[in-house]
Design a protein. Structure first.
Length: 368
């Protein structure tokens, strides 16, 4: 039986939230009977041994992650050869760049919001790549972006930003929420804790703003408040940024620099946690915010557009200035004292079409 070809290009996705999105995407395609019966799904990845989906073919491109030369070669030369042999109905690039390929329909999923982030000079020493990305990524996005049938972003504010920066028709920019969350299920189970536990799961990046939590923890101790614990998923071995953070604040016994956790350990810590803190200054979504909503526990989030949208309909939420450690410390003190009078429900975000809230809705739109 002849089947149309559906290509998922994801050779650059190997960690963090983007890898979670890739796995969720492939899981949907692998389990959807209509897709399996009518499409030959081919995933282009960095390492095929990382994935185990019986209804998906994997093609491995290990060099694509080695450096930017190989990445650019594949996106603008190599993949065009692949597309001509496969003749796909849809080529979905899940990692920001719009490749030169031959396909009936083309779409690019844009995760990276660095073009809209202004790197401070004192952050350049932590990651010159972040600085270069913030300067040049907007030009990388620009290459071939108008060849796509659709551009996919995760939030309304990004749709508006992309439309303005690249002069795109907003009707060709899909706002697609990155995961499907349980709507009715109430996860209220928790493990008993001797003291309130604050949790921030994230990779080490300067814009993740780990230091603001450490400063707030120091302020709490200065005020004589010690009955709390903070868990941060860095340990100082990741890069210069985390090394300096851990070195500066390791004396604070209330902070546990536990290092990177597996996803199952992150979920277990969600259960143990009293409150999620998410102080990041730059996100396309903020996946832990969405994941934590179902636990119906307090969250303290950066007062930025991405956080308001990611926390839509969440209860027990407080927002703070991501540069204000004192404000954060008082909100943490409120949680410690079980006083949530400054926490409230986040209003539902009204999205303009086209938008999708599940992988099924997204692929229905992309394929029809």
């Amino acid at each position: 039986m002849f089947k149309d070809v559906l290509v998922i290009s994801a050779v650059n996705l190997v960690e963090g939230g983007t890898l979670t999105i890739l796995n969720n995407c492939l899981s949907f395609l692998n389990s959807n009977s209509f897709i399996c019966n009518n499409y030959r799904v081919i995933a282009l990845v960095h390492n095929k041994n990382t994935f185990h989906f019986e209804n998906i073919e994997f093609r491995e491109f290990p060099l694509a992650k080695r450096n930017w030369f190989f990445r650019m070669y594949y996106e603008y030369i190599g993949f065009n050869k692949v597309s001509k042999s496969l003749k796909p109905k849809l080529w979905l690039s899940l990692h920001d760049m719009s490749p030169i390929v031959t396909a009936e329909r083309k779409a690019v999923y844009c995760h990276n919001s660095t073009p809209f982030y202004h790197v401070k000079l004192n952050q350049i020493r932590y990651s010159y790549k972040l600085y270069l990305f913030s300067v040049f990524y907007k030009y990388i996005y620009r290459i071939n972006i108008k060849s796509n049938t659709y551009v996919i972003v995760q939030q309304q504010w990004l749709r508006n930003a992309f439309a303005e920066m690249y002069k795109l028709d907003k009707h060709k920019i899909i706002v697609s929420y990155p995961c499907e969350l349980p709507q009715e299920k109430k996860l209220t189970m928790h493990f008993p804790s001797l003291s309130p536990l604050f949790f921030f799961p994230s990779l080490s990046r300067p814009f993740k703003n780990f230091e603001i939590i450490c400063k707030a923890a120091d302020l709490l101790i200065q005020r004589g408040i010690t009955n709390f614990k903070v868990v941060l998923t860095i340990n100082g071995s990741e890069d210069l940024y985390s090394k300096e953070i851990v070195g500066r604040y390791r004396r604070n016994q209330n902070i546990d620099f536990c290092g990177r956790l597996s996803y199952s350990d992150v979920c277990e810590t969600y259960l143990k946690s009293t409150c999620l803190i998410f102080p990041s200054k730059l996100e396309t979504w903020g996946l832990p915010v969405s994941e934590f909503i179902q636990y119906r526990k307090p969250m303290i989030l950066s007062d930025l557009p991405y956080a308001h949208e990611a926390a839509s309909n969440a209860e027990k939420v407080a927002f703070f200035d991501s540069d204000n450690a004192l404000q954060l410390s008082y909100l943490m003190e409120d949680v410690i004292n079980n006083d949530l009078s400054r926490f409230g429900k986040v209003c539902s975000q009204q999205l303009n079409a086209p938008y999708t809230k599940s992988w099924k809705e997204l692929f229905d739109l992309l394929l029809n």
